[in-house]
Design a protein around this ligand. Structure first.
Ligand code: GLU
Length: 337
């Protein structure tokens, strides 16, 4: 590979880091170290309503306890910082405006009430409301208003969002774990990229930052697979080279049905967090593997085998051995119990 490997773990500080998140961080770390690359920690905190006090410190403590430290991130400034999205706030709008300029995005002035009415009308017809190529011409946006009116509305301070206008085509994508994927982009809605509160949404900030931080491989949980097409279209619209993508299998409940939750752990008597966590609001305490008496080496060994296997009989690995043995080819595509 000609370009250097740069991967990132990009949690949102919305609570304690679930072991699924630690597994994502671990696989990023192993991949980076295997390829002499860089492991970046980026805190995705653009949604201030979901911000939880202490969650960022918890994430960092958990990575440190597991001995999977990041090379660049909060407190370890590199060339691509700052590494907290809230500190990068001022840069995102220009990117959204660039997309408008390119015809790949537009201003939308629809009020919450108007959208609610559209949703109810669709529900009455037993349909799901999607704002997309089928109906965007029925709404109040810069595709239906004159440019004079658009300017006037912006100048007088009307609320607006910026929505993406996906190109209609069959999109060919490749995931390192799931291999070739094709999607008809007419199924994608006109996602909001930039909100009326002046903040980017997850999708815009995530793609802009991955590009800006020179991320070569996006390795993340399968719950983000449905966003991959939108992200690839965003790269195309910006005219940027897309990184490689690898979506890791979910960590499932012991029954194999559905994602492992804190409730499953509580019911069956095991932790789903690496460290103990005290909820800052309710004061509720959740147990952690560390306090349960597990060694970090054990935790890492357990997590490595959730969704990956070395293809040999060896079951006990040190972190260094994992780095040597790890490859994305040996990550399974089905969920791990
Ligand atoms: N902030 C997202 C999360 O919390 C990151 C998803 C991604 O890695 O792109 O999972």
């Amino acid at each position: 590979m000609s370009t250097s490997v740069r991967v990132r773990f990009a949690p949102s500080p919305t609570g304690p880091l679930h072991i699924g998140g630690v597994r994502t961080a671990l696989f990023n770390y192993l991949f980076a170290k295997k390829h002499n690359g860089t492991f970046v920690l980026r805190i995705e905190d653009t949604d201030q309503n979901r911000y939880v006090e202490g969650a960022e410190d918890y994430i960092i403590s958990a990575l440190n306890w597991c001995h999977i430290p990041y090379d660049e991130g909060p407190g370890k400034e590199g060339d691509c910082g700052p590494y907290r999205q809230s500190e990068r706030k001022s840069m995102y709008k220009q990117y959204a405006l660039d997309l408008i300029e390119k015809g790949a995005a537009y201003y939308a002035f629809d009020t919450a009430q108007e959208l609610q009415t559209a949703r109810e009308n669709a529900e009455a017809k037993k349909e799901t409301f999607i704002y997309n190529h089928n109906n965007r011409n029925d709404f109040t946006n810069s595709l239906t208003l004159s440019s004079y009116e658009v300017k006037e509305r912006i100048n007088r301070g009307d609320d607006y969002v910026i929505r993406f206008k996906p190109e209609l085509k069959t999109l060919h994508m490749f995931d390192e774990i799931r291999k070739g994927i094709e999607i008809d982009t007419s199924l994608i809605d006109d996602k909001v990229l930039f909100k009326s509160d002046g903040m980017p949404t997850y999708h815009l900030a995530n793609v802009v930052d991955d590009h800006d931080m020179k991320i070569s491989h996006v390795i993340r949980g399968e719950e983000w697979l449905p966003s991959m097409a939108l992200h690839v279209l965003l790269y195309e619209s910006f005219g940027w080279e897309r990184p490689k993508f690898a979506h890791l299998p979910l960590i499932l409940k012991p029954t194999g049905k559905g994602k492992l939750s804190k409730r499953d752990g509580d019911k069956m008597g095991f932790s789903v967090f690496p460290l103990e966590w005290k909820d800052p609001k309710s004061g509720e305490i959740s147990t952690g593997f560390k306090q349960d008496g597990f060694l970090p080496e054990t935790m890492i060994n357990i997590l490595a085998f959730l969704g990956w296997n070395p293809g040999t009989e060896q079951e006990i690995f040190s972190l260094d051995e994992l780095v040597q043995a790890f490859s994305l080819d040996k990550v399974n595509s089905s969920g791990a119990k």
